[in-house]
Write a new protein. Structure first.
Length: 336
């Protein structure tokens, strides 16, 4: 256990968690919504620090990041717990579990960084479940990694409190954030989540200046409405049209086994809408199409060709971390 970084004490040993936008009020000996934060005698504790239930080395494209160090690998870790309860969660066995309900490794921050170094992996990804709910673990690991020249990335649902986002900027280099659907979708499919607070969180991440990419898993009949896609495109464009947006194919999972996989034509239509609304880099994932590749938004030149999660060709001209199209010379936004 480790005492939580973000909470305040109320009366009668009651505390309020300030880590995410749920702002749970937690009585003594009870848990927050995420199931991994507990009030013990008027102090809030994170129960999952250093208890990694999933560890792997993944291509950074799997997260997916397409404009952040393409072709590199990430040392990926997760703990039990999540502050969302999405009906289609692919990792529900660990995201909806408490710490003592799943096997875990005793993996303190120093060993996470050492493992990344020993395997020559330049990135640590906090992923699979929601990194916000194991924030103290991420923070302690991220600061050590940063000193060693290792990059840190979040794969997040975008529901951290403003103060948590500000603190995350001390060690994070990038965040891949979900934009799951409209207000009804967040309420009914994700478990009582407030849409406007997600948008606020994305704005807060953008203000930090770290690299951002957005992802939307398109679920047939749930969040594939064309009007909402236009609305979401307008929101992203209001921050920056350079933010990459990934539309990914849904496959039946957990409590949505009765919903069919997304029609590829729906994904392609969503991509076309986003491009028409002014988003420069829009991708289609979880299915092989030409839109796994990166093209210059200015001249259409093929810049990065991918086969699944593998980069098989990279034609970017990179100098001092900045990339340009070799054909027209326009700057290509990203973290290269």
């Amino acid at each position: 256990m480790k005492e939580a970084m973000f909470y305040k004490k109320l009366n009668d040993d009651v505390v309020q968690c300030l880590l995410c936008n749920r702002y749970c009020v937690i009585k003594n000996d009870e848990y927050g919504n995420c199931g991994v934060r507990k009030n013990i005698n008027g102090k809030l504790y994170s129960l999952n620090h250093s208890k990694a239930c999933s560890v792997a080395v993944d291509p950074i494209e799997k997260k997916p990041f397409y404009h952040f160090k393409p072709g590199e690998y990430a040392f990926s870790i997760a703990t039990a717990g999540c502050n969302f309860h999405c009906l289609h969660c692919q990792n529900y066995e660990i995201s909806q579990a408490r710490v003592d309900e799943v096997p875990y490794y005793d993996l303190p921050p120093e060993l996470v960084v050492k493992a990344a170094e020993d395997n020559n992996v330049p990135i640590i990804a906090y992923t699979y479940t929601e990194p916000t709910v194991f924030f103290e673990y991420c923070y302690d690991t991220g600061l050590i990694a940063k000193e060693k020249g290792i990059f840190n990335v979040f794969v997040t649902n975008g529901y951290a409190s403003p103060q948590a986002v500000e603190k995350a900027a001390e060690f994070l280099d990038a965040a891949r954030i979900d934009l799951k659907g409209d207000a009804e979708h967040y309420d009914k499919v994700c478990g009582g989540v407030v849409y406007e607070k997600v948008l606020e969180c994305i704005k807060n991440y953008f203000k930090t200046g770290m690299h951002l990419e957005i992802i939307t898993l398109l679920i047939p009949g749930h969040n594939d409405d064309e009007d909402w896609i236009r609305e979401a495109a307008g929101f992203i464009k209001s921050l920056s049209p350079d933010i990459p947006w990934h539309f990914t194919r849904f496959y039946p999972a957990w409590k949505m086994m009765n919903v069919p996989p997304t029609d590829v034509r729906t994904l392609l239509k969503a991509r076309r809408i986003a491009v028409d609304e002014g988003i420069k880099y829009v991708y289609v994932g979880n299915v092989l199409t030409e839109y796994n590749n990166t093209y210059c938004h200015n001249c259409g030149e093929l810049l990065i060709r991918r086969d699944g999660f593998s980069v098989v060709e990279n034609k970017l001209e990179v100098k001092k971390g900045k990339a340009r199209c070799p054909n027209c010379g326009v700057k290509i936004p990203g973290f290269w």
